[in-house]
Design a protein around this ligand. Structure first.
Ligand code: UD1
Length: 373
């Protein structure tokens, strides 16, 4: 048997890894699931592991939170120890997405000459002030197989001189999870669970440092949400980073005391998907939710000035509203009036991306020839 390790660390990794874990179970590999512990709360980690069927990871590194250098260094050190002491020779390491754990594990494996596969390669916001952009560039630079989810990924990697032989357009594993979980999420009774009328509320999520760690920006966003709430009730599952920053800035009370704004703890995957499916509009700075709303055909206003997922603008329902919250409000009014772009099909966003990846890994790394159906 040939051993393969798949790395998860933070919330957006779990929905990308879950379909890969299912698909890799059909290959010649013995798979080990390693959780770095970057996210550790029940609501940021455990609920995703159980809802998405990942189960308990085989290895848990417990690195926890910290400054970027500190957290990255802890993953480097702990993952190196794991690889050096692993019970079997590692044939490869699979990393997903763009979080600190992704980059740190990719570097560690590459330094030990263990092949690295990066799932969701090639995405670029061209904004190096985003920690994720540095993580994407470094991870792609040290990876041996680069699995791309949207066409921009191909051109970005080509411009960076990555040989075409390393690159595979496979589609989007995030959409695999969405397709898998949709039947259950779709049964959620929004009225009973959240007291909201379907298609008559706005779903808000926010966690980027540029939005939540800057008091002036957070204050402007708060004013925007208060305007929006006059037209539509808001439901706002709050990331721990956002709760901490808004509380420290003394801003959370203005939101939580408003009867039209429901602030919730972070939600599970299915609850969030259920809320997204029935929202009138999603206001977010999440990368994944730009993709999910595009697939679902729900209008999305992205509270950022750039996106590493441009297909969601050309083929999806996403609109970038940047720093101009006057423009954001105008776009919001257009959506209320029923004026917004509709989504078009995107190649490989079909629920089968993970199977395509597993086949390529099986062929390239284990010499396998599993009869795929
Ligand atoms: C990380 C990812 C980001 C991803 C996001 C999704 C990086 C650089 N960023 O950002 O790309 O979109 O996850 O959530 O990897 N905290 C808890 N409990 C937890 C985890 C975090 O309370 O289980 C708090 C801690 O105070 C921590 C803060 O949230 O300091 C930030 O966590 P961290 O993992 O550093 O980054 P995120 O903002 O979550």
């Amino acid at each position: 048997m040939t051993e393969l390790t798949i790395v998860v660390g933070a919330r957006p990794n779990f929905m990308k890894a879950a379909p890969l874990i299912r698909a890799l179970a059909k290959t010649h590999f013995t798979l080990r699931v390693l959780h770095t512990g970057q996210h550790y709360d029940a609501g940021m980690s455990d609920i995703f592991l159980s809802q998405l069927g990942v189960g308990q990871p085989d290895v848990f590194l417990e690195v926890g939170s910290g400054r970027h250098g500190e957290q990255t260094a802890r993953v480097l050190e702990a993952f190196e120890k794991y690889l050096l002491n692993a019970p079997a020779v590692q044939r490869g390491v699979v990393v997903v997405g763009d979080v600190n754990s992704t980059m740190a594990c990719a570097i560690t494996a590459a330094k030990l000459n263990i092949p690295v596969a990066h799932v969701e390669a090639g995405l670029r916001s061209f904004d190096r002030s985003m920690p994720e952009e540095i993580n994407r560039i470094v991870t792609d630079a040290v990876s041996d197989l680069l699995f791309v989810s949207e066409p921009s990924g191909l051109s970005n990697l080509d411009h960076e001189g990555v040989p075409a032989s390393k690159i595979h357009y496979v589609g989007n594993v995030m959409i695999d999870s969405l397709v898998h979980e949709l039947p259950i999420a779709g049964q959620m009774d929004i009225r009973a669970v959240f007291g909201l009328e379907p298609h008559k509320y706005a779903l808000v999520t926010l966690h980027r440092p540029s939005n939540v760690d800057n008091v002036q920006r957070s204050t402007e966003l708060l004013t925007f949400f208060l305007h929006v709430s006059k037209e539509l009730p808001i439901v706002f599952p709050m990331h721990p980073r956002t709760r901490k920053s808004l509380s420290a800035a003394g801003l959370i009370e203005q939101l939580s005391s408003n009867p039209r704004i429901k602030i919730l703890e972070p939600l599970g995957y299915r609850e969030n998907l259920g809320l997204m499916m029935s929202a009138k509009v999603v206001l977010t700075d999440s990368g994944g939710m730009q993709e999910e709303t595009s697939y679902l055909g729900i209008p999305c206003l992205t509270l950022r000035s750039n996106t590493e997922r441009p297909i969601t603008i050309t083929h999806g329902t996403n609109t970038l509203v940047g720093d101009d919250l006057g423009r954001a409000y105008q776009e919001f009014a257009n959506i209320l009036a029923g004026v917004h772009h509709q989504s078009l099909p995107i190649t490989g966003w079909d629920g089968h991306a993970a199977e395509r990846i597993a086949k390529i890994l099986d062929t390239n790394w284990s010499g396998g020839s599993v009869a795929w159906t």
